[in-house]
Design a protein around this ligand. Structure first.
Ligand code: 5AD
Ligand code: SF4
Length: 446
């Protein structure tokens, strides 16, 4: 009786979720929404209306954490006006800081790490009864495979499917193995089922997500095998994936990408650095030569493949020479796109424990700017080469700048903008490229 009453009471509760960080976090927020929806919670896009504010957080760099700390001060002000407001911190910051976060931010009511989202209804009940709700246990098994993610903020065309969780590569700079725990692959049947369901609901592009998708392994099925199965659902369903670790980028996978037209010709292959010495210190388990050989393999097997990367500037002991090697590796790979960061020391990582964060801030910034400038050139060159070509573009919606244009991506993951003449989200349109910037292509439907 008590429980029923409690559920009824909860029915009127409105939840607002704000998400920071990687695609995996956005995917996790959809799991959170699923767990809470099943308990009768409703979702509100309006923070002022909310009874529960949940923030799904990122710890990857110090500035990601600072941003969240600043943002939650604004929630504190809301709580002053509305005493009953519940504020919960989810994700990597919750996992990394644990009880320390409750001590430092007294107005926070709930802390839940990435493997404890099934427990959220109980944690919220703990808060309702006047306690703090805390669960930061990491699991070796949890993949949330039986839950149907609720697609909050969805465009109805593109969706993420999480295929594995955690990471045990222990790159020396990275906090993820500590905040997301051991690597585990999700049941292939549930992944394929989710992809089929999305296609039947009208979705046309799915991105398979994991910290290192190339090491997916479930009951003998590897990532190439999984991709094949998903590609065979329907030729109209496009497939992307992120993120690949260069050490595990196999020829078998490249062959599968090359042989299925609906597997997008786009690979995100984070290099991090172009110097073998730095890569060794980073514990990346490959060297410059190996990375370049993988780039060669991609270019020979999938000649029109889009390639992007992640670069960290100013890692411990990085010299000008090492930095130049990064620039030359970028030029060789001729990346279409890159995510570029200044090294940020993270507590408990090998780099924090064993190496000195000894590249001065101004040098880090100078090198990062050089990396950014080079990438701008590479992106512009790559886009210029597309002028005159025809691509199949999946329409996602109206262009943000003007209602007279629609936007979507080509297989290579480049954003393409072209005049709206009655196209609908989900349409595949052949577009001839006529112009570009370093960030996008412009064209005309043919
Ligand atoms: N400092 C800077 N960048 C980092 N990344 C991961 N950890 C750090 C760190 N401590 C970057 C890597 C990774 C991406 C997700 O974030 O480039 O691929
Ligand atoms: Fe971090 Fe390396 Fe794992 Fe990526 S592969 S999440 S960089 S430890």
């Amino acid at each position: 009786m008590n429980i029923l009453l409690n559920r009824y009471y909860l029915k009127s509760k409105k939840v607002y979720i704000e998400t920071y960080g990687c695609q995996m976090n956005f995917s996790d927020s959809e799991i959170v929404a699923s767990v809470l929806k099943d308990e009768g919670y409703v979702f509100s896009g309006d923070i002022k209306d909310a009874d529960v504010i949940l923030v799904n957080t990122c710890s990857i760099r110090d500035n990601a954490e600072k941003r969240v700390r600043n943002r939650i001060q604004e929630f504190k002000a809301l709580k002053k006006k509305k005493n009953s407001l519940i504020i919960g911190i989810l994700g990597c910051m919750a996992e990394r800081l644990k009880m320390q976060l409750l001590e430092e931010e007294k107005f926070v009511d709930l802390i839940a790490g990435p493997d404890s989202y099934r427990d959220l209804p109980l944690l919220l009940q703990d808060v309702e009864s006047g306690q703090k709700g805390v669960n930061v246990l990491l699991s070796h098994e949890e993949t949330y495979s039986d839950l149907s993610p609720v697609r909050i903020d969805s465009n109805g065309i593109t969706a993420f499917i999480s295929i594995m969780r955690g990471c045990q590569n222990f790159c020396s700079y990275c906090v993820v193995p500590f905040t997301r725990g051991k690597e585990r692959s999700r049941d292939a049947h549930s992944i394929i089922g989710e992809a089929e369901k999305l296609f039947n609901e009208g979705f046309r592009e799915i991105t398979l997500l994991g910290q290192n998708v190339n090491s997916y392994l479930w009951e003998g099925m590897n990532f190439a095998g999984l991709m094949k199965k998903i590609a065979e659902i329907n030729p109209l369903l496009r497939i992307r994936f992120a993120t690949s670790h260069p050490k595990d980028m196999s020829d078998e996978l490249l062959d599968i990408i090359a042989s299925y037209p609906n597997i997008c010709n786009y690979i995100h292959l984070p290099a991090q650095s172009g110097s073998s010495r730095i890569l060794k210190l980073m514990n990346r388990k490959y060297d410059r030569q190996w990375y370049l050989s993988r780039i060669d393999a991609i270019k020979s097997k999938i000649p029109d493949c889009g390639i992007s990367t992640d670069i960290i500037s100013g890692f411990c002991s990085e010299t000008e020479e090492d930095h130049k090697e990064t620039l030359s590796l970028m030029a060789y790979a001729a990346y279409d796109f890159a995510f570029m960061f200044k090294y940020s020391e993270r507590p408990d990582t090998t780099a924090a424990k064993k190496f000195k964060d000894d590249v001065p801030e101004d040098i880090k910034l100078k090198r990062l700017n050089e990396v950014i400038e080079l990438q701008k050139e590479l992106s512009l060159n790559s886009n210029r080469k597309d002028i005159g070509k025809v691509f199949e573009v999946l329409v996602e919606g109206l262009s943000k700048r003007s209602k007279d244009y629609v936007s979507g991506r080509n297989s290579q993951n480049k954003m393409v903008i072209f005049p709206q003449i009655g196209f609908k989200p989900g349409d595949y349109v052949k577009v001839k490229i006529t112009d570009c910037t370093s960030a996008s292509l412009k064209g005309k439907a043919i």
